[in-house]
Ligand binder design. Structure first.
Ligand code: GLP
Length: 266
C-alpha cells in the first residue's frame, strides 16, 4: 500500500486528479477499450471532481472513452432527488465533462428487484473488462462505499441496512434530519472494489484520523473495512496532515521516505 500525506484537502484533490488524468492518458482509451473508473460521492471527492472539470475545460483531458461505475445509492430516492447519489454525480461532475451518458453507470435505488439490479451491476462491470481504477472515500468508522464495519471482505454488490451512526453522519446532507435519510442502500461489495486493478482512497480532516490510523497501522480486520486495502497490490491512500495526525511518527517517516526516494529516482 502506498501512503501519501499532503498538507491539506486541496493538495490531495489536485494530486489525485492529476494521477487520474495520467492513468487515463497512459491507457489511451478508445470506444472499444474504454478506461473504467469507480467513483464515490461525499465531500472527500468533490475537490477531485472540480479539478478534473477544470482540467477538462483547459483541454487537458477528455472523458469520451471513460466508463464510470458509482459505488452506491440510497434505496427509495429517485435519480433526480437532490440527495440521491445519481443527482450528486450529475450536479458535481458529469454535467461538466464530455462523458457519454451511456458510459455512466449508477445503481437504481428505485428498483424493487434488488437482487437482479445488483447482479446487473456486477455483470456490467465484468462485461466492460473490470474496473481500472476505483476511487474511494472513507467513513469515520473505516467504511468504504456503504460497506460498514463487519461487512464481508468477499462481498459483492448488494442491499445493506445502514447503522444508526452512518445515518446520523449522512443526515448533514438532509438538513440534519435523520428521518429523511433512507435506511437501506445498494452498494458495491468490498470484493467488487478489491477486484479493481488499482484503488485510491482519499481522506482529509480530523474526523477521519482514527479510520486512517486503523486502515494503515492496525491489522486487517473487517471491523475497519478499509484495512483490506493493505492486501491490494496497487492501493494508494492519500490523506492530509490532519487526517494523518494519529499515525505514529515512525509510520509517517516510513511512507514519506518512500515518496522521497521516488522523487530522487525521477
Ligand atoms: C458515505 C458514502 C461513502 C463515503 C462516506 C464518507 O457513507 N457512502 O462512499 O466515502 O460517506 O463521506 P465524506 O467523504 O463526505 O466524508
Amino acid at each position: 500500500m502506498r501512503v501519501l500525506i499532503k498538507p491539506d484537502y486541496d493538495s490531495c484533490a489536485k494530486w489525485t486528479a492529476e494521477y487520474i488524468i495520467y492513468k487515463i492518458q497512459q491507457f489511451r482509451p478508445t470506444a472499444n477499450k474504454p478506461f473504467v473508473i469507480g467513483l464515490p460521492t461525499g465531500s472527500s471527492p468533490l475537490g477531485v471532481y472540480q479539478e478534473l472539470i477544470n482540467q477538462h475545460h483547459a483541454g487537458k483531458i477528455s472523458f469520451q472513452n471513460v466508463v464510470t461505475f458509482n459505488m452506491d445509492e440510497y434505496i427509495g430516492l429517485p435519480p433526480d432527488h437532490p440527495q440521491s447519489y445519481s443527482r450528486f454525480m450529475w450536479d458535481n461532475f458529469f454535467n461538466f465533462i464530455d462523458i457519454k451518458k451511456e458510459n455512466v453507470h449508477l445503481l437504481d435505488g428505485m428498483t424493487t428487484d434488488y437482487v437482479s439490479e445488483c447482479q446487473r451491476y456486477e455483470d456490467a462491470i465484468k462485461e466492460v473488462g473490470g474496473v481500472n481504477l476505483f476511487l474511494c472515500g472513507i467513513g469515520t468508522d473505516g467504511h468504504i462505499a456503504f460497506n460498514e464495519p463487519a461487512s464481508s471482505f468477499a462481498s459483492r454488490t448488494r442491499i445493506k441496512l445502514l447503522k444508526p451512526e452512518t445515518i446520523i453522519a449522512n443526515s448533514r446532507f438532509f438538513g440534519g434530519d435523520t428521518s429523511q435519510v433512507p435506511e437501506k442502500v445498494l452498494t458495491v461489495g468490498i470484493g467488487t472494489i478489491m477486484d479493481a486493478q488499482e484503488i485510491i482512497l482519499i481522506a482529509s480532516g480530523k474526523n477521519k484520523q482514527e479510520a486512517i490510523r486503523q486502515t494503515i497501522e492496525c491489522g486487517i480486520n473487517h471491523l475497519c473495512p478499509a484495512s483490506i486495502l493493505q492486501m491490494h497490490e496497487h492501493a494508494i491512500v492519500i490523506c492530509d496532515d490532519c487526517a494523518a495526525d494519529k499515525l505514529r511518527p515512525d509510520t509517517i517517516k516510513y511512507f514519506k521516505n518512500i515518496e522521497r526516494s521516488k522523487m530522487i529516482k525521477k
